[in-house]
Design a protein around this ligand. Structure first.
Ligand SMILES: [Zn+2]
Ligand SMILES: [Zn+2]
Length: 70
């Protein structure tokens, strides 16, 4: 599998969309691992920082409130 950007051997894949990436083209992005209900019964997300990201797809960069799940 080769990097989506430069066609060199990939070091990993984007955590969000699965595109292959070499070390030079990998970006980092927080990754949401779970959602919980916080204060005022507003569901919140727990994220892991610095996961592999391709720089192309558009995951949410911040935990977002999801009141529609309450
Ligand atoms: Zn590359
Ligand atoms: Zn991606």
């Amino acid at each position: 599998m080769n990097c989506i950007h430069c066609d060199k051997p990939a070091q990993g894949v984007c955590r969000f969309c699965g595109r292959a990436l070499c070390k030079g083209h990998a970006r980092s992005m927080p990754y949401i691992i779970t959602i919980y209900v916080g204060e005022n019964r507003t569901p919140k997300a727990v994220v892991v920082a610095d996961t592999f990201w391709c720089g192309i797809c558009k995951p949410q960069p911040e935990p977002i409130e999801m009141p529609e799940l309450a």
